[in-house]
Design a protein around this ligand. Sequence first.
Ligand SMILES: C=CC1=C(C)c2cc3[nH]c(cc4nc(cc5[nH]c(cc1n2)c(C)c5CCC(=O)O)C(CCC(=O)O)=C4C)c(C)c3C=C
Ligand SMILES: [Fe+2]
Ligand SMILES: [Fe+2]
Length: 332
Amino acid sequence: MTKLALSLSEYAVVLVNLGTPAAPEVPEIQAYLKQFLSDKRVVDYPDILWQPLLRGIILPFRSRKVAKAYQSIWWPEGSPLRVITERQVKALGKRLELTETPVQVCYAMTYGQPSIGSTLERLCASGVKRIVILPLYPQYSATTTAAIADQVADFVKQTRNLPEIRFHKHYHHHPTYRAALAGSVRSHWQKYGQAEALLLSFHGIPERFVRLGDPYQQHCRETAANLAADLGWPTEKVIVSFQSRVGKEQWLTPYTDQLLEELPGKGIKNLQVLSPAFAADCLETLEELAVENKEIFMHAGGESYQYVSALNDSPCHIRLFEQIVLQQLQGW
Ligand SMILES: C=CC1=C(C)c2cc3[nH]c(cc4nc(cc5[nH]c(cc1n2)c(C)c5CCC(=O)O)C(CCC(=O)O)=C4C)c(C)c3C=C
Ligand SMILES: [Fe+2]
Ligand SMILES: [Fe+2]
């Protein structure tokens, strides 16, 4: 048990994920994409060029296109990303209760609701004095983790009586994350056997961002190398690719969809695919990776393509969050 100086109601941990539309319908998707794609951490083109393009062309067309994809993955309880995040909050709360660590657990979303600012305001109004922010991104990128930090900074700027805040930057190297990832592959192998290769398809970012100093690509490579070592697999059987490119700019390569077209021709016809950048299954995994990309691979001559789920609310994933929180609470 961690001994803390303040009482139960004065500590909080906020899990933060990207956010998702409120409903799988065009107006809700437009509102979500407008906020998301107007964030300079995500798209850094000058507003004078970008906003007319975004509002006039991208939002109307893309919202209609992705509405069908969202409808195909939506669960009765809501968007998978939100439902899984809520399950993670519940499971982490239970684990922390077991350790009698006095900290309340909640979540916020970078885009959409509950927003980071409103969540921090609510916590402070209820008497919370010390807050751990845990972005649910194992690999740091300015497009995701720093976008959260920006919103925490916005809250700080407009708040008179500040809480103490600790921010967990990334965890791809954490032994329990490594164990959780390797464990999820091993349990998949126990059920279905091994494939010829593992494809780690990370969400992409513009290549330019890496040249400007974003360490995301390096973190992705380290994740893959660690996974190969932890599984005792040769590194060449753990292939890295990048998915979900938006726009015309060069993003990190190889692109997942292009690579999947080529692999059967190179003799890899049985593939297991996972996406370690996602702490929760979402549109990008359940639709793009598990359905759309499978069709590409099978059409190109692939024989078997299995998607290995994100770590979601699995016990080892929640244990990881618990350990991060306990580490962050040290000295408080
Ligand atoms: C346009 C630039 C984008 C960058 C850069 C980007 C980085 C990035 N995103 C995630 C995680 C998620 N992205 C999701 C959806 C999504 N991403 C973009 C664009 C960029 N992402 C768009 C436009 C969308 C919406 C869907 C679409 O229009 O194709 C999601 C899923 C949300 C859901 O509702 O399920 C996640 C999660 C990471 C990790 C990342 C960089 C490391
Ligand atoms: Fe994205
Ligand atoms: Fe996508």
